[in-house]
Design a protein around this ligand. Structure first.
Ligand SMILES: C[S@@+](CC[C@H](N)C(=O)[O-])C[C@H]1O[C@@H](n2cnc3c(N)ncnc32)[C@H](O)[C@@H]1O
Length: 241
């Protein structure tokens, strides 16, 4: 596990926690869609990983009234904002790396909205997390697929420029996929919207573009795609017998 990567992830999300809510419309919509799939059976212990400022948390609190919640994030600032929103609820808040859980803890439901893409070893972590499910329990999560942002990736490729977007991994436990076409004002607006949710950290070993290369790519993208970018979302589920 690389400490550098983790501290960069924490720094990136910590630094944008105060403006996350004004910039997370997509994450909000996906949290809404994921919540609609969550089970309504008898559940008492719930773990949320990567809660951010609480987009999915609000649905959990509504769906599972008076249950035991452990709501977590690796970013202390994100967790602080979430905590301020739900002050009266009986929640155990925890700064926590979802890739390094205490596997002796058991839950009926483990959930994560748009967080696992930051894991370094997604399949290994999913295995660990599913071992923390009680019998009959479920793990539900969403992540972007490697087909997300193809318009921007194609633009860079056509100019022979490197692409800094994370290399999204695709686990085997996917039950549903969804394409969301978003119209940004322009390429600059798209790039800023990613940065403004704290997700601007590029993939490992990426050499940043020069200002001239960024302008060249933005101009080409605006001409070819007029601000349209596809978010391709995977919905994953693991059930414990
Ligand atoms: C795009 S935000 C999504 C936040 C929230 N779930 C939502 O729906 O708006 C990703 C979140 O995952 C958290 N995160 C990244 N890596 C993590 C890890 N290894 N363990 C726990 N949380 C992590 C980040 O700090 C950030 O709050």
């Amino acid at each position: 596990m690389s400490t550098n990567w983790k501290s960069n992830v924490i720094r990136s999300f910590d630094s944008k926690s105060s403006i996350y809510d004004q910039n997370c419309k997509i994450q909000k919509d996906i949290a809404h869609n994921l919540a609609a799939d969550l089970p309504d059976k008898d559940i008492s212990d719930i773990l949320e990983i990567g809660c951010g400022t609480g987009n999915l948390t609000q649905y959990l609190l509504y769906l599972y009234k008076n249950k035991n919640f452990c709501i977590t994030d690796i970013s202390p600032n994100m967790l602080k904002y979430a905590k301020e929103k739900f002050p009266d609820k009986n929640i155990y808040w925890k700064i926590f790396d979802g890739e390094n859980p205490d596997i002796s803890q058991k839950y009926d439901l483990i959930v994560a909205n748009m967080a696992f893409q930051w894991f370094e070893n997604m399949e290994g972590s999913l295995l660990k997390l599913s071992s923390m499910l009680n019998s009959g329990g479920s793990l539900f999560y969403t992540i972007p697929s490697k087909n997300s942002f193809n318009e921007w990736k194609e633009t860079l490729k056509s100019l022979d420029l490197p692409n800094g977007i994370l290399e999204f991994q695709e686990p085997s436990s996917i039950y549903k996929q969804e394409e969301m076409l978003v119209n940004y004002v322009n390429a600059f607006d798209f790039l800023h919207s990613i940065k403004d949710i704290g997700a601007g950290l590029p993939r490992k070993n990426y050499t940043p573009l020069t200002p001239k290369q960024i302008k060249q790519a933005c101009d080409k993208f605006d001409k070819d795609y007029a601000g349209n970018i596809t978010w391709h979302i995977l919905y994953g589920r693991i059930d414990k017998k």
